[in-house]
Design a protein around this ligand. Structure first.
Ligand code: TNX
Length: 780
């Protein structure tokens, strides 16, 4: 009995010890690949051991502002762990289980050191920005569930023992948000600020007005928001296909931010180490202002706020009248009261100066000031605004057009038409911010157009953003020193909702953040490709609608006309992608064949493919059918040859099985301008057919319209043709870019020749020409 009790006792004791050791520190070993911070820190030293947060972990601060730097950490633990971590002053600090923020004046602005040991985390910085970024890195070391908005059970909130030294490569790490083309409200702008802070970005450039809407309350000029912030709702039409509002219909679509809203945004941004830079466009892109106050233009004619694209932009401010400058100074005065930023952006882009040429005021101004042409008049305009801005202790930024006619003495140039403007300005000793359209335009497509929401054009996948560098190789050291940094621009002509805006911003912002924060030497796409997957999980928890376009499979197809076979090359943006596919319509599972070499096809086949990660299909499934029809490789003769600009794949282009995409420059489309298509396909032998399909596209904003009618004829001798089928359709307004197969079925016929006529839209409702696009004629 005695024996028995003692064994039982020992067993109980043992289990208590085991339980106790389980519930105390769960030591985890970390490897370098567990550290997925974006943007990549300058240096990370990993050592053994880890720090585990618990609800008693204290945060130690010594300055008031540090409370704001740790706010996001406290808030995240509150949501994800339901812990209210205590923030206390340094004087009451315990020795261990603490996150300590310590001032280190030797560190540069925005630099930080993050040292994690078993019982303590220390973040050192010289000022607020550094502390904030140290905290951001700490959050990214925690399990991704820390981003959850709801309680997550059974998570060990452990971070590895590391020493991180970090600081930004550039002082300007920006994103521009266009609030004019579509309006975004205060709440959404704050969400964008959260996203920027998470990526250690520090400038939010607000494009506060453009032709299609004035978005900032100006107390002295109330009509700017009573009239200028509203346009007639034509959202159902393509941006470039909206009609001019001439009949005085009241605008109902739009919105604006009050000065209080903007002050709130500025304060919120400041708490995230972000400077909000306002852009007040001039002298062009201001139809909304002229609609509100017609005296601002040369001819003082009444115009209305346009609902869509305006090109060329001729309704611009008069550069001759003093009243224009009075207006602008009054506006800027109020703007400077709202925005404490060092910089004021005055736009300056894309002014077509035809009105200035005939305006007596402008011509008088030119004469008086000894200006030789209208470019110099714009330069006068900008220089005059610069004087005003400088006199108020601020600096002027303009788009690279402000170089034309002579740069204002202190101006900073934002280079958007490539890097040329930036190079030129830096060579002249001016500061520069690089935002080249090639790498920084987040309104461009990020994946194959068929899979993406309608965008303005261009192609800027994640990997290309990652290749951006604000410094151009040919720059001298001195010129390079003038580069303040880089910025992404989100123009919103085609973006009207918060979720679509998120989609265009993320994950490209993550790639951009690395180009402006991390060292050039650390740039490594393979490595980023792994880290971004973890960021995706963080976005998921944060309910950010990021694009998964980088997961998409794209296909490069070629037809070999000699043996009539098609070769398909599957690709993905990520290196050494694990692509798997099936050919017979089978479901795509992990057991599917791994793609290793181009696939050869000689008959109609459906290919399904997907990117796999850890044996799981990720992203949207690629699904394409290559259709071998009776016309493949047959001779096509044209009554009128296609337009030079869209020759498709040449003589067999319409019978090569390869289909065009929504990217009408993809080399598969043949097109006719204000003309009908008429082609005859010789089938070589008499063949039974009962259907013809014509592949076409519509993109009304680009002047591409579906055919209004299609007629099919057959013939045995190639001379007498019999009409066997036709379809007719009437024009309908269409704001999208679309692909459509028009199939015409008929009673089976034996024929050697097939003639297809497709009729173009004769009268374009808003005027202009009509393109007719055809990629393939399928005969069955
Ligand atoms: C050019 S970039 C513009 C904007 C458009 C953008 C569309 C710049 C200074 N001007 O007005 O929204 O292209 O990508």
């Amino acid at each position: 009995m005695k024996h028995f009790i003692s064994i039982q006792f020992i067993l109980v004791l043992l289990s208590i010890i085991m339980l106790a050791s389980c519930s105390s520190q769960v030591k985890k070993t970390f490897i370098v690949e567990d550290i997925n911070i974006i943007p990549k820190p300058v240096s990370i030293k990993l050592s053994d051991g880890s720090f585990e947060f618990n609800k008693k972990t204290k945060i130690i601060v010594s300055q008031d502002s540090q409370n704001k730097a740790v706010a996001s950490l406290v808030q995240k633990f509150n949501s994800a762990a339901a812990w209210q971590l205590e923030v206390i002053n340094v004087s009451d600090s315990p020795e261990s289980n603490i996150v300590e923020l310590a001032v280190n004046d030797s560190l540069d602005r925005d630099a930080y050191r993050l040292v994690i040991t078993d019982d303590k985390i220390k973040i050192s910085a010289s000022e607020f920005g550094g502390f904030l970024y140290g905290v951001q890195s700490l959050i990214q070391l925690l399990p991704v569930k820390i981003e959850s908005k709801t309680l997550q059970n059974n998570v060990d909130w452990i971070v590895p023992n590391v020493e991180i030294q970090d600081q930004p490569r550039f002082q300007w790490r920006g994103l521009m948000l266009d609030l004019s083309r579509h309006f975004f409200d205060k709440e959404y702008i704050k969400e964008v600020i959260d996203g920027l802070a998470m990526h250690k970005m520090n400038v939010l450039h607000l494009h506060l007005l453009d032709d299609q809407g004035w978005r900032i309350e100006i107390k002295k000029y109330p009509k700017l928001t009573e009239v200028g912030a509203w346009r007639v709702d034509q959202e159902d039409a393509h941006w470039n296909n909206r009609k001019l509002n001439t009949d005085g219909e009241k605008g109902t679509y739009g919105g604006f931010l009050s000065q209080d809203d903007l002050k709130e945004i500025v304060a919120y941004a400041k708490d995230n180490n972000i400077e909000v830079v306002p852009e007040i466009e001039m002298p062009a892109h201001v139809s909304c202002a002229i609609a509100s106050y017609p005296y601002l233009s040369c001819n003082e004619k009444h115009i209305e706020v346009p609902s869509g694209g305006v090109w060329p932009i001729t309704d611009i401010y008069c550069a001759g009248k003093e009243t224009t400058f009075e207006f602008l100074e009054n506006v800027l005065f109020e703007v400077m009261e709202i925005f404490p930023s060092k910089y004021i952006h005055i736009g300056g882009d894309e002014a077509t100066k035809t009105n200035w040429k005939t305006c007596t005021h402008c011509q008088a101004r030119m004469k008086k000031e000894g200006l030789h042409d209208e470019e110099e008049l714009q330069s006068y305009f900008v220089k005059r605004m610069e004087k005003f801005i400088n006199a108020h202790g601020k600096k002027l930024i303009g788009w690279d057009e402000i170089l034309e006619g002579g740069l204002a003495p202190e101006a900073t140039v934002m280079s958007w038409r490539g890097v040329k403007g930036g190079l030129e300005a830096a060579a002249q000793g001016h500061d520069v911010i690089m935002t080249p359209g090639t790498h920084c335009y987040f309104d461009h497509y990020q994946g194959p157009q068929n899979e993406e929401p309608l965008a303005i054009g261009g192609y800027l996948p994640l990997s290309k953003v990652y290749k951006f560098d604000p410094i151009v190789e040919s720059m001298t050291e001195e010129e390079a020193n003038h580069v303040l940094g880089g910025q992404a621009n989100l123009w919103t002509e085609y973006i009207s909702t918060n979720s679509h805006s998120d989609y265009m911003i993320y994950p490209r912002l993550a790639a951009l953040s690395e180009t402006v924060w991390s060292t050039k030497e650390s740039r490594d796409w393979d490595n980023f490709s792994n880290r971004i997957m973890f960021m995706f999980k963080r976005y998921d928890y944060q309910e950010i609608n990021y694009a998964k376009s980088a997961y998409l499979i794209t296909a490069n197809t070629k037809m070999n006309m000699e043996n009539k076979s098609v070769e398909i090359l599957l690709q993905n943006e990520f290196p050494e992608s694990d692509i798997r596919y099936t050919l017979n319509g089978d479901k795509l599972t992990e057991a599917a064949e791994k793609y290793l070499a181009p696939i050869q096809l000689t008959e109609t086949t459906t290919i399904k493919a997907s990117l796999f990660k850890n044996n799981q299909a990720i992203g949207k499934e690629f699904n394409k059918t290559i259709k071998f029809h009776k016309g493949v490789g047959k001779q096509v003769s044209y009554k009128e040859i296609y337009n030079d600009r869209y020759q498709g794949a040449g003589e067999f282009g319409m019978v090569n099985t390869l289909r065009g995409t929504k990217n009408f420059h993809d080399g598969q489309w043949q097109a006719w301008l204000d003309k009908d298509m008429e082609v005859t396909i010789a089938l070589e032998n008499e063949t039974k057919i009962n259907s013809v399909t014509v592949g076409s596209m519509e993109n009304q904003g680009s002047g591409i319209y579906y055919p209004t009618a299609i007629e099919i004829f057959v013939s045995i001798d190639g001379k007498t043709f019999e009409k066997v089928g036709e379809i007719k359709r009437t024009y309908a307004k269409n704001g999208n870019s679309e692909l459509k197969d028009f199939q015409i079925n008929f009673e089976e016929k034996l024929t050697r020749y097939v003639k297809v006529k497709a009729f173009h839209l004769n009268k374009v409702p808003n005027g202009g020409s009509a393109w007719l696009f055809v990629d393939e004629i399928l005969i069955d």
